[in-house]
Design a protein around this ligand. Structure first.
Ligand SMILES: CC(C)(COP(=O)(O)OP(=O)(O)OC[C@H]1O[C@@H](n2cnc3c(N)ncnc32)[C@H](O)[C@@H]1OP(=O)(O)O)[C@@H](O)C(=O)NCCC(=O)NCCS
Length: 280
């Protein structure tokens, strides 16, 4: 099992009472549509597990997966597309079968819902054994996940940091510096992905009010808010950051760790619905 390291945000009413919403709680009605942003986190399914969900995917997606040589890349690609379709149907248009979604690419390659379908902002990211989808039914959104271990401080490309970020990192010891860089990186990447710019944004050109050492962070920028959380899985720690449009309050995001088999069951025939283990 994995868990979101901090699953609840403290919110205080005018009288100081805790009005925190239970962000990790699954909604009463699985098929409820929502106007709030959501982040969907799943472990990557194996190829045999994915085979029972092929009816949810498009022929193009299945053929694209066949061009990916490494099994891990194929699994990440297919899992992310399956989860994306399920999450869109669950949050944006419950009457639309997950297989009915169609996607096109924005100017710098950001996938978008095709014209003619219910509009929604979404973005996806995958790393290691984790797949993450972010959906905002009314605004563009960006998400990034990276594994927190595995990077040495020597690998850190200084050119992507602002002077203030570099000086904060320089004050950390070597092990912390590598981990904090990954956190900062996911925040910047999510920000760039919300804008749809990807590598076309100069990461050193903007400075985030990020604080080393915090597993969960909420950051306000002039150009939208960011939230970042650490996720613990059986194969290590991951950092997930989500970037919201300026009209959004980061406290409105619901974070959901999901089992794709359970989500998909209502849309699969009995023959297809091979039991699929929960997040492990
Ligand atoms: C795609 C990109 C935005 C991020 O890639 P990444 O971090 O390697 O991979 P992620 O798993 O987080 O995201 C990949 C997904 O982002 C989406 N994506 C692709 N282009 C995008 C864009 N311009 N904006 C937002 N999302 C995009 C796609 O859905 C893609 O997954 P898919 O190909 O399976 O559909 C890409 O621009 C990139 O490689 N960025 C790296 C930044 C970098 O190297 N900067 C240089 C400074 S050193």
């Amino acid at each position: 099992m994995f868990r979101v390291a901090t699953n609840r945000f403290q919110r205080h009413g005018a009288d100081g009472s805790d009005t925190t919403a239970d962000a990790g709680r699954w909604p009463e009605d699985l098929h409820g549509e929502s106007q709030s942003p959501s982040v969907w986190i799943s472990r990557c399914l194996t190829e045999p597990e994915l085979a029972s969900h092929f009816s949810l995917l498009s022929a193009d997606e299945i053929s694209k997966s066949r061009t990916l040589r490494l099994p891990g890349d194929r699994e990440r690609y297919l899992t992310s597309r399956t989860l994306l379709r399920l999450a869109l149907s669950l949050t944006v248009a419950s009457r639309l079968h997950p297989s009915a979604w169609r996607f096109s690419l924005g100017r710098f390659g950001k996938p978008e819902v095709s014209p003619g379908l219910p509009a929604a902002g979404f973005n996806l990211s995958h790393a290691g054994s984790l797949v993450v989808i972010a959906i905002d039914p009314t605004s563009p959104i960006g998400v990034d996940v990276e594994k927190l271990d595995g990077l040495g401080a020597a690998d850190i490309p200084a050119s992507v940091l602002s002077p203030r970020e570099r000086s904060l990192l320089d004050r950390c010891d070597e092990a912390t510096r590598a981990r904090e860089f990954v956190r900062l990186w996911t925040l910047k990447e999510a920000h760039a992905k919300r804008a749809g710019l990807g590598v076309h944004l100069d990461f050193s050109s903007f400075d985030l009010d990020w604080q080393p050492g915090r597993e969960t962070q909420m950051i306000d920028t002039n150009d939208g808010a960011l939230e970042s959380r650490t996720i613990r899985t059986s194969d290590g720690l991951y950092q997930v950051s989500v970037a919201l449009s300026p009209v959004r309050d980061p406290r409105s995001v619901s974070w959901r760790e999901v089992g794709i088999g359970d989500l998909a069951r209502p849309w699969l025939t009995d023959l297809e619905a091979v039991p699929c283990q929960q997040v492990a």
